[in-house]
Design a protein around this ligand. Structure first.
Ligand code: G3P
Ligand code: CA
Length: 244
């Protein structure tokens, strides 16, 4: 799974990064999505465009007609000057047949109606699309509005000093069930891999991990039964895992 596209080698969340992911042989792409003021869904990690365009505009307070003019490539290198912020619909339209996408929702449940419409219009089978979010209300709303969509809750379960991971994990499982999530996207904490793998399997839940760039760490999670590994370097990860 190419994180923000193949974002080690191209500017994150742009068509250049998503196309580079396909070129590198990724099975799927991950991208971050938000609603513009006028209700368009765009790929943008942060709440504003400062870091990746050099011009700080708050996405939820700006119309698409303004955002579409920004240069989202130059920050990564002169080679990408003029690279645009893409719409979710443009990304979906460019996906090779049979490839998948993890759509991370960075705003709230207000996006869900439009999200479902854009996915329907794309004609991409719902089985190739997974919605992910740290916001459990987004996951709950997706499963209520469009139950055929897979939706995973994202969580960092790294234990704080002295914290009991078993009770933390039990609470997480209960939340996953309450919101009808299909699985968990976990931050890559090596010491939790085996426990997460066995517990999620026992509850019939999917197990996904982010963001893993070291191939040996990818192998560690694959051994623990993970269903996808999200990486900034898909070619390197694929080459290593296929060689195992
Ligand atoms: O796949 C989940 C991961 O992308 C969450 O972290 O900050 O890269 O969106 P972030
Ligand atoms: Ca993300």
């Amino acid at each position: 799974m190419a994180h923000r596209g193949a974002s080690a080698d191209a500017p994150e969340n742009t068509m250049a990064a998503f196309n580079e992911a396909w070129r590198q042989g990724a099975d799927a792409i991950e991208g971050d999505f938000r609603l513009t003021k006028d209700g368009q869904i765009i790929a943008m990690h942060d709440g504003d465009t400062g870091r990746t365009t050099g011009q700080k505009l708050v996405v939820s307070k700006t119309d698409w007609s303004t955002l579409k003019k920004l240069d989202a490539g130059s920050w990564k290198g002169a080679k990408w000057k003029g690279e645009k912020i893409p719409l979710l619909s443009e990304i979906l339209a460019s996906m090779p047949q049979g490839k998948g996408i993890f759509i991370e929702i960075k705003c709230g449940p207000e996006i869900v109606q439009k999200l479902s419409e854009v996915i329907t219009q794309s004609k991409i089978p719902r089985k190739l699309i997974t919605i992910i979010s740290f916001n459990k209300e987004v996951v709950r709303a997706v499963k209520k509005h469009d139950p055929k969509l897979t939706a995973n809750w994202l969580l960092d379960l790294k234990p704080k000093k002295g914290e009991d991971i078993s009770s933390k994990l039990a609470k997480a499982i209960q939340t996953l069930k309450d919101i009808k999530a299909d699985g968990l996207g976990a931050k890559a904490v090596d010491s939790l891999a085996a426990k997460l793998g066995s517990t999620l399997k026992q509850h019939g839940l999917g197990f996904h991990v982010w963001t893993v760039d070291a191939p040996a760490q990818g192998r560690h999670f694959v051994k623990a039964g993970v269903h996808s590994v999200t990486t900034n370097k898909p070619a390197k990860m694929r080459e290593f895992l296929e060689g195992q």
